[in-house]
Design a protein around this ligand. Structure first.
Ligand code: GLC
Length: 475
């Protein structure tokens, strides 16, 4: 077959990305209103995931603006009274997912008969609302959208501050690895070591054996290990037994972690919310969110570890106080929060662009190639995730006065778009292209296929940086 020229390939990839966004959604009725709700992939993830949808909705504003509004409105429709928005909003017609809605026992908190889980995901909501508001071509609808969703966004931020940073440290706590979005990152290994399998009740182990599906629907070697899964489910059973009371959860959970990645997003989310309020002439209210952003930025700066030369995550649970010094993508996330000062920038850039650590054939591996924890295909222990590349590109882009930052941004932009257009829209990718096990017929693609946020991110990068800059940075 004749190879397409680079511009044609980018254009046809954009078209295919649009098709995926259209296909990967379904219609739902909430309070007699119809919504189009996006899902990550028909392969297995047929519900609405929080941070995936925040990204899908941004891309949708360029191709189907009404669906962008509806996706966010659907996302907030199940918000709990206390402000929490679950990491999965369940599709009532889908039964083939574990742990499904009945397992979480969260129905009693649900609103509008919308059932969601009791844990969060990285708080990208405010930025997405701001993005959609800015890019929606129909300004009247954009105003109406903002009016509808803004109270929920404020309530969500208030929940995060009150329940996840009750001690006012500037850093919010996560209480489950799934909350970080980086499910089986090496960052959780130490804390998980403290939750010994022999202390996990046998019925939890049995439930996992009986109901776990992701490792049979997907390739087992891509998925988190069984021992991790026991702990994921065990934490949920603990929280259920505590009635999803977050004061108790924070006090008693064996997993309470100040994840640098989640907090970098938290920092920028507060800034975005402050800006929205300021633009609406609500300057007084905005100050509060700007303050939270500043406080988080400073707290992140204090997480630099001189010896490890990494931004580190802290485990602060009563059962386990520890500093987590794993060499993973999370250490670059402070770039997203604009928390890296001039002195540290070159240190991070050296690490990021080193071909033996993060600058692989297709950067950025989720775990350093040099880490003993690195695994080529196992989910967040090696593979490249377009969402992380996107956040890093956006982070680098905010260092407009740093030539080196912009140079790395351009390279990463090009490599990310090339990776997606070469291999298609996968869940994650082989960082050292060529070594991926040969059982796949997908080049460098891994995980579930026809994946929505890989498509969405391609659209977002093309929309922001333009085809010609992607092309020109590729030569
Ligand atoms: C996996 C990922 C998570 C993502 C979800 C849906 O659980 O680890 O980050 O949100 O899949 O795509």
């Amino acid at each position: 077959m004749k190879k397409k020229n680079p511009r044609d390939l980018l254009v046809s990839t954009y078209r295919k990305a649009q098709e995926i966004l259209e296909k990967n959604s379904y219609q739902v009725t909430i309070n007699n209103n119809q919504y189009r709700r996006s899902i990550p992939s028909w392969d297995y993830y047929r519900h609405q995931w929080f941070w995936d949808s925040c990204i899908h909705a941004r891309a949708l504003v360029h191709v189907h603006p009404d669906w962008a509004f509806q996706d966010i409105e659907s996302l907030i429709s199940g918000q709990w009274e206390n402000g929490l928005i679950g990491h999965i909003t369940f599709n009532p017609d889908e039964k083939n997912y574990f742990p499904g809605p009945e397992f979480w026992e969260t129905e009693k908190f649900s609103k509008n008969s919308v059932v969601a889980t009791g844990i969060i995901q990285p708080p990208l909501l405010a930025e997405s609302v701001s993005y959609i508001y800015k890019y929606a071509s129909d300004k009247e609808k954009a105003e109406q959208f903002l009016e509808k969703v803004l109270p929920a966004v404020i309530k969500y931020h208030t929940y995060l501050k009150m329940f996840r940073d009750g001690e006012d440290s500037g850093l919010i706590s996560i209480v489950h690895p799934w909350e970080s979005g980086a499910d089986n990152s090496p960052c959780w290994d130490d804390v998980f070591q403290q939750i010994t399998i022999s202390n996990i009740p046998q019925d939890v182990i049995d439930i996992v054996h009986k109901y776990r599906k992701d490792n049979t629907v997907g390739a087992a070697q891509d998925r988190p290990k069984l021992e991790d899964y026991y702990r994921y489910i065990y934490l949920i059973t603990l929280y259920k037994s505590w009635g999803w009371d977050y004061e108790t959860i924070i006090k008693k959970s064996p997993f309470v972690v100040k994840d640098i990645h989640t907090n970098s997003i938290w920092c920028r989310a507060n800034e975005a919310l402050g800006e929205i309020l300021q633009d609406l002439g609500r300057g007084e209210e905005a100050i509060n969110f700007f303050d939270w952003a500043d406080q988080t930025r400073k707290a992140i700066q204090n997480c630099w570890d001189k010896d490890a030369k990494l931004f580190v995550t802290k485990s602060v649970g009563n059962a386990n106080k520890n500093i987590i010094k794993e060499d993973t993508f999370t250490s670059f996330m402070p770039l997203y929060a604009g928390a890296v000062d001039d002195k540290l920038l070159p240190v991070l850039f050296d690490l990021l662009t080193d071909t033996t650590t993060y600058w692989s054939a297709y950067p950025v591996p989720s775990t350093s190639l040099r880490s003993p924890k690195y695994e080529l295909s196992r989910y967040w222990r090696g593979p490249v995730w377009p969402i992380i590349n996107y956040l890093l590109i956006e982070g680098l882009n905010s260092y407009q006065n740093e030539g080196k930052a912009l140079q790395i941004r351009d390279e990463l932009l090009k490599k990310t778009c090339e990776m997606i257009s070469e291999f298609g829209f996968h869940e994650h990718y082989d960082p050292v292209y060529g070594l991926a096990p040969t059982y796949r017929n997908t080049g460098g693609g891994m995980g579930f296929q026809s994946f929505t946020w890989s498509a969405a991110i391609f659209i977002l990068l093309v929309e922001k940086y333009g085809l010609s800059s992607i092309e020109s940075s590729s030569k």
